[in-house]
Design a binder for this molecule. Structure first.
Ligand code: GAL
Length: 409
């Protein structure tokens, strides 16, 4: 047989093998801002590099918009092959209904129990001893982002904590700058309130409420101070007439606003805008007063599929998403911390390095997605949406908050 014929036969065989394993997976997520899209493209590139195909199912809007769509598709028998959700209790009903793929064999083969750090992330994927999601990052919500341009224009030093920020607000306003940018959605206002409570009420009171669901702690003096601080912050954000979180981040990037309280996914927007931490913007975890971080973040879940090839591809994708190189490329773009401690993140910027140090020092706490049910979280978000867009008194908001925590599950 001629060499040409041999190489043709080998080539055909290889193509056939690749084609046999070339599986298209529809993947849903809500990462539609510039920074988020840049990050999720790292996942898509890695999956396509295996010879398979990532069919992107981006859903516009926030997680509060996308989650009901995702969950109803799965419950309704029209599942995607993989989906982002926050790790924690969001998928609990789907797991209980047997609708999500058990990934325990993938986790054991990949040694996830030894490499996922903190191990609470894997606990948040575990139900009755089986693992149903692959955690892909750690996002924390308790950050404030500050514009150096805005402070230069106001003739002020960039604040080093929440109290200095609050004291700088009048000068920002005098310079024609919005002190606090905020999108008009309850989950964003809830993040702002939660970060203010961590900074003002303190870690012990925050834990009593956020972890122990202690309604009396909500009525205590620490949370009274936090609600009063939130009422003052409300005035500083009153002119923030944008909807989406990344629009508010853009106001900081362009110096139209002095600051934004938002999760560390905001870094993806600064990076995309070519802004440099320490030169163009600063970030303060725990608003500079209590540098601890909640281990929120994202994980991928895989609806059960009757097709063995799809199931095999779903498991292959789970392994790809937590692999070392993909963890580095995705998290650097996303502005989040990786879920494994055995990779080189030396190229991470100063904000991520602050987060990595807090993680290394053990300054981490469970996120709301892990502590509270979706129902409780949505009640808290609705209350915040009402509080931040009305003249509801701090005392009334505090009592309403306590009532929600009273019944929290
Ligand atoms: C969070 C998610 C982040 C981020 C943010 C804004 O729930 O964990 O990855 O993108 O929503 O969309």
């Amino acid at each position: 047989m001629s060499n040409i014929l041999k190489s043709l036969l080998v080539g055909t065989a290889l193509t056939a093998v690749t084609a046999a394993h070339a599986t298209e997976l529809e993947v849903t997520h809500w990462w539609t801002s510039g920074g988020e899209a840049a990050a999720v493209s790292k996942f898509a590139e890695a999956w396509n590099a295996t010879g398979n195909t990532w069919v992107d199912g981006a859903i516009a809007g926030s997680g509060d918009t996308a989650r009901p769509i995702i969950i109803s598709r799965i419950l309704g028998g029209d599942p995607m092959a993989a989906t982002q959700l926050n790790h924690g209790r969001q998928a609990q009903e789907l797991i209980e209904e047997g609708l999500l793929l058990d990934l325990t064999d993938v986790a054991e083969a990949g040694g996830w129990a030894d490499l996922v750090n903190p191990s609470s992330l894997l606990d948040a994927c575990t139900f009755e001893g089986k693992i149903y999601c692959v955690p892909v990052n750690i996002h924390s919500a308790q950050w404030i982002w500050l514009s150096h341009d805005a402070y230069e224009k106001a003739g002020l030093e960039v604040p080093s904590d929440w109290n200095e920020f609050a004291a700088s607000a009048a000068a920002l306003q005098d310079a024609g700058t919005l002190p606090l940018a905020m999108g008009q959605q309850g989950w964003q206002q809830n993040i702002a309130f939660d970060a203010i409570t961590l900074a003002v009420a303190g870690l012990d009171a925050w834990k009593e409420v956020r972890i122990n669901k202690n309604a009396d702690a909500v009525r205590g003096p620490e949370f009274t101070a936090a609600f009063e601080a939130a009422a003052k912050a409300r005035a500083l954000a009153a002119e923030s007439n944008v909807q989406d979180w990344n629009q508010a981040t853009n106001m900081v990037i362009t110096g139209q606003a002095g600051a934004q309280i938002m999760g560390d996914w905001a870094q993806g927007e600064f990076s995309l805008a070519g802004q440099v931490e320490g030169t163009d913007y600063s970030c303060l975890p725990g608003l500079g007063l209590n540098p601890v971080l909640d281990t929120g973040g994202d994980a991928f879940y895989f609806p059960v599929n009757g097709d063995a090839d799809i199931t095999a591809a779903q498991k292959e994708l789970a392994a790809v998403l937590i692999s070392p190189d993909v963890q580095v490329s995705f998290n650097l773009a996303k502005g989040s911390l990786p879920v494994r401690g055995d990779i080189d993140m030396s190229s991470a910027n100063g904000c991520m390095q602050k987060g990595l140090q807090i993680l290394a020092d053990g300054g981490v706490l469970p996120s709301t997605d892990i502590s509270f049910s979706q129902d409780t979280t949505l009640q808290l978000e609705d209350l915040q949406a009402q509080f931040w867009t009305s003249d509801m008194s701090a005392a009334d908001a505090q009592e309403a908050y306590a009532d929600i925590i009273e019944d929290a599950d």
